[in-house]
Ligand binder design. Structure first.
Ligand code: ATP
Ligand code: MG
Length: 421
């Protein structure tokens, strides 16, 4: 009897002449007896290539073993039809040992749509291992990553919040944005304080994290989701997960070479995106390759600027140009003016002219909400939801969601050109 977790592997064999698959069948039966794992059911034996392809489509076995040469239709042609008509069925091409070792033959089989090439004289235990491995491929559908790949509404989104100057409100806005998303999408949002000086993000959320990003970076090369999770803190009010910044200084510490650092960031972003649907980064200005790397991986870059003086505008337009020069598509950069008020020295037009792009949103100057919420360690969207600051952040969150929805529609249209709409 099959154990819990094992299941029968259903296969179709091909026997272009009577008895052609007898030996193979015998060896499979022997191997099953010897190993005791799972069961192999031979559900049918096809007699030519066309019948083999038909049986694959109609009987939906896990695996079909195709002879290289069959009357009327070769194994290659049959594998091609199976890969189209029954993509879940793994085709295995049986090729004589010497020929099967030729990379040309293997390449031709894979191009045709076969999943593997084996010799009919393959030892039974190896054969069984291969059958087990191939039949498990479709099991990947049960993994959470399968949904990330196939369900457009579950596509992970990385959002980098940055600005050309210190003190423009990057941290307060990334914290409030991330908390807004976390309250809507429970357990699916993480915020990384990217080397943030003095660990401001943790302070703004009243967290005392046990670990910070520098300590996580020490695991470079061996980072996995368990190690990552233990280094995150949780904001109780919203469920937001937080990777805290370096307390006291910027950077991951002098221990990593530039190459190691990018390797660490690649792993970090990769793991976060598998685990969380919305990954926010609070990124200070001008930290070089590391921030460039995050920008290159982000779907959206929220570029925060103030309109206090001409240097803020000039630095913002410089950063904007630098991003575009680094081949970041302009539509991914969302220019946001913070601390917007009538008494700003400069106007929205000034910054739009300087950067050559539209300001997508303004967050009003609201010192009471900003200072009060920072001192309390409770984001304005939680503790001061009626204030102009909280409202401005919520509108920005809606705007980002709108962009995400439009992106999904664009992809759907690209996948189904000529569809309605
Ligand atoms: N909309 C706003 N209205 C009033 N004050 C604001 C607003 N946004 C931010 N501030 C104030 O600006 C200051 C800097 O904010 P914050 O720390 O978020 O900036 P930052 O860009 O992250 O700075 P740094 O570059 O040092 O990391 C804070 O004291 C905050 O109170
Ligand atoms: Mg900051």
């Amino acid at each position: 009897m099959a154990d819990e977790g094992t299941r029968n592997i259903r296969i179709v064999l091909t026997a272009p002449h009577p008895g052609a698959s007898d030996e193979l069948q015998e060896r499979i039966a022997e191997a099953m007896d010897a190993s005791g794992v799972g069961e192999v059911d031979v559900v049918a034996v096809a007699h030519d290539g066309l019948e083999a392809a038909q049986m694959a489509a109609q009987l939906a076995p896990d695996i079909i073993l195709l002879q290289e040469e069959m009357p009327g239709m070769s194994g290659y042609e049959a594998a091609g039809l199976v890969s189209l008509a029954a993509p879940d069925v793994a085709s295995v091409l049986l090729v004589d040992a010497e020929r099967g070792e030729s990379t040309e033959v293997v390449a031709r089989a894979l191009r045709a749509g076969a999943r593997a090439v084996i010799s009919p004289s393959t030892p039974a235990d190896q054969l069984l291992d291969l059958l087990g491995e191939l039949s498990a491929i479709t099991e990947a559908r049960k993994r959470p990553e399968y949904e990330l790949v196939t369900d457009p509404s579950k596509m992970p989104v990385t959002i980098a919040v940055t600005g050309a100057k210190g003190g423009t409100g990057k941290s307060i806005l990334s914290v409030n944005l991330a908390v807004t998303f976390a309250r809507k999408y429970a357990g699916q949002v993480v915020l990384v304080d990217f080397y943030g000086q003095f660990g401001n993000v943790a302070l703004m959320l009243d967290l005392s994290p046990n670990y910070h990003i520098g300590e996580l970076a020490a695991f470079v090369g061996e980072l996995d989701s368990t190690i990552l999770e233990t280094h995150l803190a949780t904001h109780a009010d919203s469920g937001l997960r937080v990777l805290a910044g370096h307390p006291g200084s910027a950077g991951v510490g002098g221990r990593l070479t530039a190459e190691q650092e990018i390797g660490f960031l690649a792993d970090l972003v990769g793991l976060l995106r598998r685990q969380y649907r919305f990954v926010f980064f609070d990124i200070p200005p001008l930290i070089g390759e590391a921030s460039d790397y995050i920008f290159s991986r982000a779907q959206y870059i929220v570029l925060i600027s103030a309109l206090v003086d001409i240097s803020a505008v000039r630095d913002t337009s410089q950063l904007y140009r630098q991003l575009v020069d680094h081949r970041i598509a302009p539509e991914r950069i969302k220019l946001v003016v913070n601390r917007y008020s009538r008494s700003n020295e400069l106007t929205l037009q000034d910054i739009e002219q300087a950067t050559g792009t539209k300001v997508v949103h303004q967050i009003p100057e609201d010192p009471a909400a900003a200072i009060g919420s920072i001192n309390e360690g409770s984001p304005a969207v939680v503790s001061r939801s009626g204030t102009p600051l909280a409202r401005g952040v919520r509108e920005l969150a809606e705007l980002l969601e709108q962009s995400m929805a439009e992106e999904r529609q664009r992809r759907q249209r690209a996948a189904h050109p000529g569809g309605e709409g």
